[in-house]
Design a protein. Structure first.
Length: 335
């Protein structure tokens, strides 16, 4: 390309007018790509002198002793706790962790994966809000082990570690029902996909199980942020018949809901009960302390670290794993 810059998969994609994922499909043959597109991509690869498996070959010959952790929001305390757990396991054998932050944007997530491939990291932990195997195909094509934190199923080259979000929604709702609440709201994420949607499904199932009619007006969508929780609870409190308790899709959102309760001079839990998910460290430190469902992020980080160390030692011969973490209620003062 005449600049001295090392050619990577994103350069091939840009020159061919396709996405890096399409280049990965052409390389791996795992997904159908039209003959015309295949021919164009291969012509660009020849033109740029790019060998699709050169990164994989270099990884077989040497290690960089770096593991990439790609997260949607490094300011959410859940992800630093995951990083701490990952470091607990991978530091002793001499690995460093390189963190990429994507703001939860799908284009930025795919770009981060491509960037980590060009850095020749030894493995990637991908923790997108809506983690999908298609987002990491550039890494799989390069022979880099990947662990998704969240996702539906493991695939060759991709291990999956996820919370049982359906069960989490169920046990949280049952806990509130057991405390006497029947009109229960839910502040969920901006999309109807991924772990937040599974938690809402669990909430609906538990309501039905208890003979409580589901009301769509009680489920509001918002950003995965403190501001999203504040705005979400304000919206629920404007209803003609507001809820007496509210589930929030994560603890940061729940802290925002507590902000909204304070702005309205509502007592928690006497006037409105608030419950979150994840059990971040701050959940026990705020006032009132936050009732939540434990996701034990540090333990999840340790687990993903061990999976990747095993994968780096055993290579592709090991079957892909899907590890499911069981949730549990952590009762405190807010519900």
């Amino acid at each position: 390309m005449g600049t001295g810059k090392r050619v990577d998969i994103s350069d091939v994609a840009a020159r061919a007018g396709v996405s890096p994922t399409t280049v990965s499909h052409v390389i791996s043959g795992r997904r159908p790509v039209s003959e015309a597109t295949q021919a164009r991509v291969r012509a660009v690869m020849n033109e740029l002198g790019w060998e699709p498996h050169q990164v994989a070959r270099s990884l077989r010959m040497r290690r960089t002793h770096t593991i990439a952790l790609i997260v949607p929001d490094i300011t959410n305390p859940f992800y630093p706790a995951v990083a701490r757990g990952l470091l607990d396991v991978v530091s002793e054998p001499g690995y460093q962790v390189l963190i990429g932050n994507t703001e939860g944007e799908s284009a930025a997530e795919r770009a981060a994966v491509t960037q980590m491939v060009t850095r020749s990291v030894d493995a990637i932990v991908f923790a997108g809000y809506y983690s999908k195997a298609s987002d990491v195909e550039a890494a799989v094509a390069a022979g880099i082990p990947v662990a998704l934190m969240g996702g539906r199923r493991a695939e060759p080259g991709i291990d999956v570690l996820s919370s049982d979000d359906l069960a989490a929604g169920e046990i949280a709702t049952r806990y509130l029902i057991g405390r006497g609440y029947r009109r229960i709201g839910f502040i969920t994420g901006p999309s109807g996909y991924g772990p937040p949607a599974d938690r809402v499904k669990g909430y609906r199932h538990a309501l039905s199980e208890a003979g409580i009619r589901f009301s769509r007006e009680l489920v509001v969508r918002g950003e995965f942020s403190r501001a999203g929780g504040l705005q979400g609870l304000h919206a629920l409190l404007q209803l003609t018949k507001p809820p007496r308790a509210v589930l929030c899709t994560n603890d940061v959102v729940a802290i925002g809901a507590l902000d909204a309760a304070r702005e309205r001079a509502l007592r928690v839990p006497d006037d409105i009960a608030v419950m979150g998910f994840d059990d971040i460290e701050a959940a026990a430190m705020i006032s009132p302390s936050l009732t939540t469902v434990s996701g034990d992020p540090r333990e999840q980080g340790r687990a993903v670290g061990q999976v990747l160390l095993d994968r780096l030692e055993d290579g592709a011969s090991s079957r892909p794993q899907h590890i499911l973490f069981s949730p549990s209620v952590v009762p405190r003062d807010s519900a």
